[in-house]
Write a protein that binds this ligand. Sequence first.
Ligand code: ZN
Length: 275
Amino acid sequence: MSSKLGTFQRILLRCEAGERAAWEVFLTRYTPIVYALIEFYLPMHAGEGRGAFWAQGLRALGANGHERLKGFDHQAEREFLADLRAFLFARAGQATDISPRWTSSGPQPTFDSLAAQLDALPLAQKEVVFFKLAGYSDATLEEMLLLPSSAIRRSVQRLDGDYGEMMRRQKDGCPWPAAWLEVLTRARAAGQDDCPSRRVFVRLLDGQTTWYEKVPAEEHMAHCLHCLESWVALREVTYLRRVTRSLPPSEVKGLLASVPLVASRSSLIARLFKT
Ligand SMILES: [Zn+2]
């Protein structure tokens, strides 16, 4: 992934150096993904509030010499975006007012009920069930996972008894934001010493693993909600990177105010000549 400013890694390093041009690329590319995640998972910050929520997030990423941003995975864009997604969810989870307004009535998934529902399902079906409970419509999942609708329906049949109508919604969006944020938080905290590195899952996604790597990684993921959540995050950000459009320049300009920029040499010289 490159632009006239260089590769993804180079752009990130230049953002951390406070370069305006690099931040323009960053905001143009990644703000639409951030907004898509907010609209889907975080209705408490959606609509008109999403710009303010993201601006606060940007200030947090840039604080103390970009300390948080530097802590994200820099190896490749997908891992970086998965870290950005986790960062947004953690910030939303810290908000004190996410319940009970964002808690729907009726049965809702919990970490334990999800584990029970996924138990004994083949890995491909676990992935579909995870995405369905998150709130994706069958039509979007067909596009994201490149699966026929019959396979999606078959995977989630067992959820119809518990969640009925919710499973047949045509609309994308998490129906139980507070409960699902809690499920994701528990899943992310449930990592174990034998969890494969996320790089292995990226290679699995790209079909680049050897048999020796693929089989143990898939067997592990089938019994580890932490790794299944990592996998789902990678698939989701890959999809969003593909389908989201660039942010218009006027909106990029507005968000630049929340980023700590360092004056470029040319603007410094221009200022010196003015005085
Ligand atoms: Zn694991």
